[in-house]
Design a binder for this molecule. Structure first.
Ligand code: UDP
Ligand code: MG
Length: 317
């Protein structure tokens, strides 16, 4: 059976990347050309830059490279800065119908471009999603490494399924992107959505490098809000914990009642203390449980408003 090489789009979200973009575009373009030459990918494959509302020369750089790379470069300029996740999504949705699969990669080349070939080989073997997974974060700062680990642990604790040490470097087939389109939620956390898409998935491993130039566009503040976002967009467990906290205090109150009432009848307590202390715990636990019950309903509303697809079809015959 004759199979045509895959048509690939490499999507680069960029926010104020004037320092890195020329280096990245030159490097990616030379890879693209060599993969076209050795027939790994289709000649109509291209690089797509998503300018996420940069206020530096990012877009001018895209325009100037367009003359040089012609059809092998496409660009999308968003009307303002929407953030990394919406920028990725706009790239996936804009180009999915022009190609067989899309690889998303950060513009700073911290992720190893050479493993794209492994991703493509896996795609050719029927994998719809291939995750780039960092073997080590040696180049990341102590702070970044540890906060990232803590974040993954926390997500795990809350039953949110994410691929450990995977950022947004991945291959997605057009089929999987079409499935992704069914997720209409505004609060995007793609790393959480991907695992619930299903499909055949695989991992490729690489060492994370230093940024080629420029500074991180994810300072601590943005990272914390991204983490909170990831959690609150994916789980209602904190709401459920309120009920459990109430239940635990209620049970503890039952035991305390037995002990304190025993002490009361043996006359070893100050008058009025037993009834006061027991009613405080009793009312407290009942209130927490009541809030937890409201939380359960709120959680349902939250899940319903997301209108996530109830199922995704992989194949039909
Ligand atoms: N980025 C973006 N919009 C933003 C912030 C970041 O498109 O609001 C892009 C940025 O240009 C880069 C990628 O997202 O290509 C990852 O950002 P960065 O490398 O700064 O994050 P880090 O690797 O430090 O976590
Ligand atoms: Mg980076």
């Amino acid at each position: 059976m004759l199979t045509l090489p895959v048509k690939l789009a490499i999507v680069l979200p960029c926010y104020n990347e004037e320092e890195t973009l020329p280096i990245t575009l030159d490097s990616l373009h030379s890879n693209l050309s060599s993969w076209i030459n050795d027939k790994t990918i289709h000649p109509d494959s291209f690089i797509a830059v998503i300018d996420d509302g940069s206020n530096d020369k990012t877009w001018q750089i895209v325009e100037s490279y367009k003359a040089q790379f012609s059809d092998q470069l496409k660009g999308v300029k968003l009307s303002r800065n929407y953030g990394h996740q919406p920028a990725l999504l706009s790239g996936l949705f804009t180009f999915k119908d022009q190609v067989d699969c899309v690889i998303t990669i950060d513009a700073d080349l911290q992720d190893d471009v050479s493993v794209m070939k492994d991703m493509l080989a896996l795609y050719n073997n029927g994998f719809e999603i291939v995750y780039g997974v960092m073997k080590s974060r040696a180049s990341d700062s102590f702070m970044k490494k540890n906060t990232a680990h803590l974040f993954y642990k926390l997500l795990h604790l809350m039953d949110i399924d994410v691929v450990f040490n995977h950022a947004d470097y991945r291959l997605t087939s057009s089929k999987a992107i079409n499935a992704l389109e069914g997720f209409k939620e505004v609060n995007l956390f793609l790393r959480g959505i991907y695992p619930i898409l299903g499909f055949k998935t695989a991992n490729v491993f690489y060492d994370r490098k230093e940024r080629v130039a420029g500074e991180t566009k994810y300072p601590l503040g943005k990272m914390i809000s991204f983490a909170l976002h990831g959690i609150t967009s994916f789980t209602i467990s904190p709401l459920r914990w309120i009920f459990y906290a109430g239940l635990i205090i209620f049970c503890a109150n039952m035991i305390m009642s037995a002990v304190f009432i025993y002490a009361f009848f043996h006359g070893s307590t100050v008058r009025g203390w037993t009834s006061t202390i027991l009613s405080i715990y009793f009312i407290g636990s009942v209130q927490l449980m009541a809030m937890g019950i409201i939380g359960e309903y709120l959680g349902k509303v939250y899940q319903e408003t997301k209108q996530r697809p109830r199922y995704i079809v992989e194949k039909e015959i």
